[in-house]
Design a binder for this molecule. Structure first.
Ligand SMILES: [Zn+2]
Length: 416
């Protein structure tokens, strides 16, 4: 696709400045990618979900209002216990489900007053430290003296007042934010954006092409299969912005390679404030053998069509996620030497750049129905499920995404 004028380059933070990441050697949450799936959660035939309740709770005596009447909200029930204490129930879209309780709501009051909200998680344990915002765009962690986490219960003290306070499990990055980001990249002459299909609720699934259109050399990037996994999305953004950046390396890479990016493949789950699933009630990252869900089928159809039309080779597939710690799910040594060698060279490169950094890896075969394995079985590509910690400092994960992109570009340019 031919592009218009070059308008601007994308701002990138000073490379490596202020990096404060530590080696991540903690054990992974299970040595196999699927081991944290509760029984019965991996069948990808559609199941019913509970639709979100979009409403504003009004407590006349105390003048407190709590609202879930916005995209991405989640809070299923709310009861007032006394003047300042409210109990909320946070339920998943359906169950069984991986325990990643997402929540998001707004609070305000007639006059300034403390409001305590005790969240009770059904089918889940506490995972996300609360973030607050005054407008839903810029977020910061709730002051630690105001948060009292338990196991299946967590209480927060909020300074409510006439101005709306937003509370969410992570920074809220909805489809509209992804569109703004994708449009800013689309202004570059070597980027094009398109809608490649639609989710079950008819939200667009968008793709970006960065670099040489119709190239025979492809790098594939996907993100947001799991709605709350915002840190993976932020690392993906830094990764893609580095490839679209102004460095000599990036320019050279773009002349040879096309990077195809699907930044949000579960837009319905995000809009409905889901913990993990799409509106078919399914974990999309367990559907890459069956393609029973519209979102996975759209991505499969688009990528296979593009790759075959261009007679391209997919060199690498990267799927960005979030979990407790930074971890790379890689192929084991039984999976072709070709596949193994690219990942290991890449991670060695990343370790060489970040002082003291040791890439935390977990290896497995290609059997499970996850996207990483589909990249391998469909295209013979090496692939990694790139998991970023929920609490990794945001500056650090940008740097990690940038370093990952630089080392990936260097490595792929060396391939024949
Ligand atoms: Zn995930």
């Amino acid at each position: 696709m031919q592009k218009k004028l070059l308008i601007s380059t994308i701002y990138l933070g000073v490379f490596l400045a202020g990096f404060s990441g530590k080696a991540q050697n903690q054990p992974a949450p299970g040595s196999q990618p699927l081991s944290y799936d509760p029984p019965g959660s991996t069948d990808t035939r559609s199941k019913p979900i509970e639709l979100p309740v979009r409403r504003t709770y009004s407590f006349e005596g105390s003048g407190v209002r709590v609202s879930t009447d916005f995209e991405g909200a989640r809070l299923n029930e709310l009861t007032q216990l006394n003047d300042t204490l409210f109990t909320a129930v946070i339920r998943p879209e359906n169950a069984p489900i991986n325990m990643s309780p997402w929540y998001a709501f707004k609070v305000w009051a007639d006059s300034a007053r403390p409001v305590y909200i005790r969240m009770t998680y059904q089918n889940g344990r506490h995972r996300y430290y609360p973030k607050i915002s005054s407008e839903g765009q810029r977020w910061q962690p709730l002051d630690s003296a105001s948060f009292f986490p338990g196991d299946s219960v967590a209480t927060m003290r909020l300074a409510a007042g006439p101005d709306t306070l937003w509370i969410a499990a992570q920074e809220m990055i909805l489809l509209r934010h992804v569109q703004v980001w994708a449009d800013s990249l689309d202004r570059l002459p070597f980027v094009s954006k398109q809608t490649v299909g639609y989710s079950a609720q008819q939200r667009p699934i968008i793709a970006l092409s960065v670099g040489k259109p119709d190239s025979k050399r492809v790098l594939a990037v996907i993100s947001r299969q799991h709605p709350p996994e915002v840190t993976g999305y932020l690392a993906m953004q830094a990764f893609v912005e580095t490839i679209a950046g102004d460095s000599k390396l990036a320019r050279r890479f773009r002349r040879k390679f096309e990077t195809i990016v699907l930044p949000m493949i579960n837009p319905d789950g995000v809009a409905n404030g889901h913990w993990r699933h799409n509106t078919g009630g399914i974990d999309l990252n367990r559907d890459w053998k069956y393609f029973r869900q519209p979102e996975t089928a759209v991505v499969r159809d688009f990528l296979t069509k593009e790759v075959s039309r261009q007679q391209a080779r997919v060199y690498f597939g990267l799927d960005f996620h979030s979990t407790w710690n930074d971890i790379y799910y890689v192929f084991d040594e039984k999976t072709t030497p070709y596949a193994t060698s690219l990942t290991q060279q890449w991670l060695t490169g990343v370790e060489g750049v970040i002082p003291g950094y040791k890439a935390n890896q977990s290896a497995s075969g290609t059997e499970s129905p996850i996207s990483k394995n589909w990249f391998f079985t469909q295209f013979g590509a090496d692939a990694v499920t790139y998991e970023v910690g929920d609490n990794t400092p945001r500056d650090d994960l940008r740097v990690k995404g940038q370093v990952a992109a630089v080392e990936m570009m260097k490595l792929l340019l060396k391939q024949r």
